[in-house]
Write a new protein. Sequence first.
Length: 130
Amino acid sequence: MNIDNTRQLALNLDQYKIDPHTGERFIPKRHNQIYASEKSKAAFNNAKAKERRESLAPILNPILQNIKVLEEIMHDKQEADFHFQFLLAKKFDLNINTGVYKNEDGKLYTSMGGFVLIKKDNENFKIKRI
């Protein structure tokens, strides 16, 4: 009889645990063991991370899209002026920002991903790296 069989015979049903990912009943090798195997633990954590990414996607994807546009149009510039229609054509959402930037004069401007957006008039924006 091997050690695992002996161990199983010596334990009663109260000492079994249920793996929260697979539902598998197992005998823990440590008192704080939660999962039946490392594979099950990794699968559980991967599923949990995927669920979190999917729940945050509606919030993060538009922000990431805006930052991508800013990086693309500002790739070698410190500052530049853009018409709002140009920004919209690039799929930039003017209603999204991630912060506020305060300049030397104390004025507050929308900021996002290392850039500040300064509205010059009803149609034009100055974008600066910060």
